[in-house]
Design a protein around this ligand. Sequence first.
Ligand code: ATP
Ligand code: MG
Length: 137
Amino acid sequence: TERTLSIIKPDATKRNLTGKINAKFEDAGLRIIAQKRIQLTKAQAGQFYAVHAERPFYDELCEFMASEPVVVQVLEGEGAILKNREVMGATNPADAAPGTIRAEFAESVGENSVHGSDAPETAKEEIAFFFSGLELV
Ligand code: ATP
Ligand code: MG
């Protein structure tokens, strides 16, 4: 089985959508094997999203991710990385397939409710960014 890092973003935690989003993961066969609610600093958000440092939306993205607590979690299952991205839907909610998290809940391309790792190598790095080995069983 595979593991991936998921973040329920500030727009969603603020609107009390954690349970509804988690139900989507579980209904898709993804098991939530670790989860915690944390408040990121802007610097920590910037480190997490360093790959986007040159993009025009980087500063706005870091401000947003530090604006309210987020829920970081590890999802496990067969093909979890791709499966999670299917359940999330397209980055821009206007393009997201019906029934996906972003189609149902996202407010805009920036405030789009969830993050999910995009490949095995990034999943490994992103899980280690937030969780120690002791927290993962
Ligand atoms: P994530 O990495 O959060 O799972 P993603 O892989 O679908 O989302 P990326 O291209 O990696 O999308 O962009 C990372 C995040 O940056 C997006 O989820 C969104 O919050 C923000 N973002 C992306 N494009 C834009 C944009 N054009 N304007 C504002 N914010 C954006
Ligand atoms: Mg991404």
